[in-house]
Write a protein that binds this ligand. Sequence first.
Ligand code: BTN
Length: 254
Amino acid sequence: SLGLMTEFMGRHIHYEESVESTQKIAQRLVYEEAPEGTIIIAEEQLSGRGRMDRKWYSPKYTGIWLSMILRPNLPPPKAPQLTLITAVAVVQAIEEMTNLTPQIKWPNDILLNGKKVTGILTELQADADRIKSIIIGIGINVNQQVEDYPEELQPIATSLSIECNQQLKRAELVQILLLKFEKLYTLYLEKGFYPLKLLWESYAISIGRNITARTVTGSLYGKAMGITDDGVLLIEDSAGKVHQVYSADIELEN
Ligand code: BTN
C-alpha cells in the first residue's frame, strides 16, 4: 500500500505492471465515471506519450508513470492552470524527498541541471462551458542511471538518482506528491490561481531570461516576462512588443 495521507487524491488507485499508457487507461476510467482523485500508476509503459505527439520513455521499475483524474467545476480555459499547479506539486515533492532544487521550464517541464527529470501531459474532456474531466499524466525519472537511457536522450534527460547519487523509494515519492498536489489543488479551488501563480513563478527558470519560443507557426525570440492568470507565457520582443504564447517549445539562451 502507498500509506496515503490524502483525503481524495489516490483514494482509488489502479496499479498496473505494464500498460501501453496510463493516459489511455485513465480515458477508459473517465468514461466509466471514475471519481475525482482516481490514480492510475504503472511500473512500465510500452508506449508512453509526451506532448506534441512525442514518445515518453518509461522503462520498468525505475520511474513514476502516473495519471490522475480530476473533475473540477471550471470552464475549459482554466485547464492550463491545473498543469502549472501540478508542476509546482512535483517540484515540492522532489524538494521534500531530496536536497535538489528543481526548476520549471514553461509550460511544464521540470529540470535539474538543465536536463529534464519530469514531464506533464494534460488531456481535457469538456463541452463549451464546463470541464467534464481532466487527465493529468506525470512522468518522473527516479532511479534510472545514465547508461539506462538511449544515447539520444542522455544529453537532455536525467533522473533524481543521477542528480542526488542515491536510489529513492518511489512509493514514498508518490505519497508525498499526491499530498502536495491535493493541498495546492484545494487552495486553488478556494482562493483562485493568484497564490499558485506566485509559487509557480518562484520555481520558473525562464522568467526574466531571453528565450526562443518555437510554435507551430514559427519562432519568436525575446525576454520571458511571466505568465498571465490563464498560464499564457508573455514574451517581450526587442521592439518592446509583448506577445502571448499559448503553446510552444522553449529554448533558453545561455
Ligand atoms: C512531456 O514532457 O512531453 C509529457 C510527458 C508525460 C509522461 C507521462 S508518464 C504517465 C502518463 N502516461 C503517458 O503516456 N504519458 C504521461
